[in-house]
Write a protein that binds this ligand. Sequence first.
Ligand code: SF4
Length: 437
Amino acid sequence: MKSFAIKVFGCQMNSYDGDRIRTSMIHMGWKEVPEENADAVILVTCSIRDKAEQKVASEIGRYDLRYRKTGSPAVALVGCMAQRIGLTISKKFRCVRLVSGPRHLGLVPQGIEDSFSDGAQRFFMDDDPRALEDLEVVPTERTNPFKAYVTITYGCDRFCTYCIVPYVRGRLQSRSHTEIIKEAETLAASGVTEITLLGQNVDAYGKDKKGEYGFASLLKDVSMIEGIRRLRFATSHPKDFDEDILEVMAGTPSICRAINLPVQSGSDRILKEMNRGYTRSQYIELVKRIRSVLPDVSLTTDLIVGFPQEAEEDFRDSYGLLKELRFDIIHTAAYSPREGTKAAIMEGQIDNKVKAARLNEINALQSQLARELNEEYVGRKVEILFDGPAPRGEGSLQGRTKTDKVVIVKGGPEYMGRYMDVKIIRASHWSLEGEII
Ligand code: SF4
């Protein structure tokens, strides 16, 4: 029996792709084993930052040394980095036997099998940003039996000037809603109780088809599937998040009160340079509107510091916005130029030391805000879904609230996959501690 290992880097969409490839490989008769014993290693890669790519490149270097000595493992490089620089990498490293962009995953499992039999390299590149050869398989072979991702859109049409996504994942393409619902029903029937709908911009769902059936309709339909107790989605775009979505959320308790609404900057000047399509005050209005309709919502955001031309006063605008809006979590990043994007060739690139100092300042502010917000939970009763071992400490499990707060609770494996009420007894900036009631 041929064996494979799979390693996923980057976002939740890559985890979903990784689970689908795993499922297909197992259906084709391959066995999943630890990477040191695998005949083939599949790398599902990310291009969002330079660091993510460097990590994969060093892994490939390691596999290549072994491949040259023993003839294995063969490496299949798939996803965003594969699309961006996979061809160059395949010339340098002999172990790379297959390269596929994220829109050709449907060809990957058979491609690995074929390349294994005839020894020839395979290249499935996304040269047409609208073409799609998807992998039509429900990801039943997952690491987590209770929670699952379902991708609802591919690519993005927004072209934010710093972002590589439209170039490596192609243009926006919404999956058919009947397919998505069928997949969610199959997952629910297999024991999944929490589904996260995924897309680079889920709120744009259906906009490429110009139909009436948009993201709000999809949310409603998936939430009605029997067995789905929690429905999440990521990521939203402030320009596309509309009243219809808010209305469906307000009327559907199973849709989790957790929204990731990336702001990226608090400065109007930088938002314009980023081509985000909204102003600071429009963003603030939207947050206020969401909080007025969903008072128990937890809001998270993404923020880039050190975007080209970001002056001290632009940075202060971002800092002030975070202080004013008090997000539960902020995913921060120092701007990392991605070749091929507009921002990478803009004048006024910011010195790395300045970026690092700004990042530190934002992170210190957020630690304090997150701790204050988490402390409000102490003494409250919340329902959590136990979904994995606690990152530190034996005899403890990790669960999540509907608002996506991580709660650490003493307990054994018998609680895994169960929903239970816990009382919050302590809070830190990144998690809560609870006791089963
Ligand atoms: S909306 Fe998101 S995925 Fe699309 S271009 Fe902008 S940052 Fe990239």
